[in-house]
Design a protein. Structure first.
Length: 204
């Protein structure tokens, strides 16, 4: 997992509430266990026409939002089934930051496990951010995780709360496997002691 760094990026707006995980990554694409290759299917049913061409009416197909790393979304983002493929698709598409008023719990936890910063704001602030993007599509926001700040050109910047453990993992680029591998020496030492004490449990 790549460390999360301070960055400035285009902020894309999806002013829809209750966007569920089947819209984020439809079930027919859940055929792989690796994390890559899902970005092309992100929001598939909204993003493409029946013939496979881009749907010009879908928000993220706007040229102004091309290359956005920040997605500002409506309330209760990521609801529905608990598929981890949803944050995989979001990250593979290129987003590393979400801003919403609320998220489904499992989706929210999975975001941090996959290098995505999920920020919570109140409704009044979300409306201001949506309005700023709507008035100047392609506007760039700055995200500083270290200092827990977001800055915008129109002055709608804010500070946000984040669990210190999650913050540290994002800054260091550590997922659950990475955290475990930090203890590799201790794991090896335990295995050696266990082999000596219970050799019949270990194949030769």
């Amino acid at each position: 997992m790549q460390p999360y760094t301070k960055h400035e990026s285009i902020a894309a707006a999806m002013n829809r509430s209750n966007v569920d995980t089947d819209q984020i990554i439809p079930k027919q694409f859940l055929k792989k266990v690796e994390r890559s290759g899902f970005g092309v299917h992100l929001f598939h049913d909204w993003r493409y026409n029946d013939d496979g061409s881009d749907n010009p009416d879908f928000e993220l197909n706007k040229p102004a939002f091309k290359g956005a790393k920040i997605l500002v979304a409506g309330d209760n983002f990521g609801c529905g089934s608990s598929r981890e493929h949803a944050p995989w698709a979001i990250a593979d598409y290129g987003f590393n930051t979400l801003i919403s008023t609320s998220y489904a719990d499992i989706f929210y936890n999975n975001c941090f496990k996959n290098g995505i910063l999920a920020i919570k704001v109140d409704k009044a602030l979300l409306d201001k951010l949506m309005a700023e993007i709507g008035a100047n599509e392609g506007v760039r926001f700055s995200v500083d995780l270290e200092n827990q700040q977001v800055a915008t050109p129109a002055g709608n910047g804010f500070t946000f709360d984040i669990d210190p453990f999650r913050k540290g993992n994002l800054l260091s680029g550590l997922d659950d496997i990475g955290l475990t591998l930090q203890q590799a020496d201790k794991i090896d030492q335990f295995e050696q002691r266990h082999k000596q004490a219970f050799p019949w449990l270990w194949p030769r």
